[in-house]
Design a protein. Structure first.
Length: 232
């Protein structure tokens, strides 16, 4: 009985698929050998293809990463370690071109890994004091309204947390002592509230016995935490 055109096509498709599966490893080995022997030309051809097919290239990359997540993480980390300067330049370029999306991702990461982010930031500031100062100045210059709002918020919190019986002379003496320490040692000192004015679980008063003098680095590390939380 004669086969129809559709039956012949289906039979050929099955035969081709079986043949491809039977020689898959052989084809893969030949392809890898050819790529190794012509690595530079293959790299240029791949780059040219990606440039002319950007959306298809992105879709293929996403699909591969989803299917090979563990391998992608290991490979990516190894590449970043071996190409630190290229990775840094690439990250800066991407951040400059995608300011809003990068800000959203970074904010989400800080919310989910707040303690870890604080430790990393404190370590970076300790290792790069001049760059940290320059960064703070640049932020204050670019965002004066935010800085002013935070300062007003802080002052308002102090006023609300200052009881009528507070010893203002003693409070001022502690602030003067911090300024004197800074000038004598060359190390910046600050006055901190041992029990934060706006703590998460407890709030302290703006009174002399709730004030302590810390170095700026110690104060940044403590942040808005209760003493027992810092100790833990």
């Amino acid at each position: 009985m004669a086969q129809t055109a559709d039956e012949r096509r289906e039979k050929n498709r099955i035969r081709c698929k079986a043949n491809y599966a039977a020689h898959h490893e052989e084809r893969l080995a030949k392809s890898n050998a050819r790529a190794a022997a012509n690595r530079e030309s293959e790299r240029l051809k791949a780059a040219a293809w990606r440039a002319t097919h950007p959306e298809q290239s992105k879709a293929m990359c996403r699909a591969w990463h989803q299917a090979n997540r563990d391998r992608a993480l290991v490979t990516g980390k190894a590449w970043r370690v071996a190409n630190k300067e290229r990775h840094r330049a690439s990250s800066k370029a991407y951040a400059a071109a995608n300011v809003e999306s990068v800000a959203v991702v970074r904010a989400a990461y800080r919310r989910e890994h707040r303690a870890e982010a604080c430790i990393k930031t404190a370590a970076w500031r300790a290792a790069n004091p001049e760059r940290a100062k320059a960064s703070c100045r640049a932020y204050a210059k670019a965002n004066p309204e935010i800085v002013n709002a935070l300062a007003r918020e802080r002052k308002a919190a102090e006023r609300c947390a200052t009881p009528a019986w507070a010893d203002h002379d003693a409070i001022e003496a502690i602030y003067r002592a911090a300024v004197k320490l800074s000038s004598e040692t060359g190390i910046p000192y600050e006055v901190d509230h041992a029990v934060p004015l706006r703590g998460k679980n407890v709030c302290g008063f703006h009174v002399e016995y709730n004030l302590q003098i810390l170095t700026k680095a110690q104060n940044r590390k403590k942040r808005n935490k209760f003493p027992c939380a810092v100790a833990s």
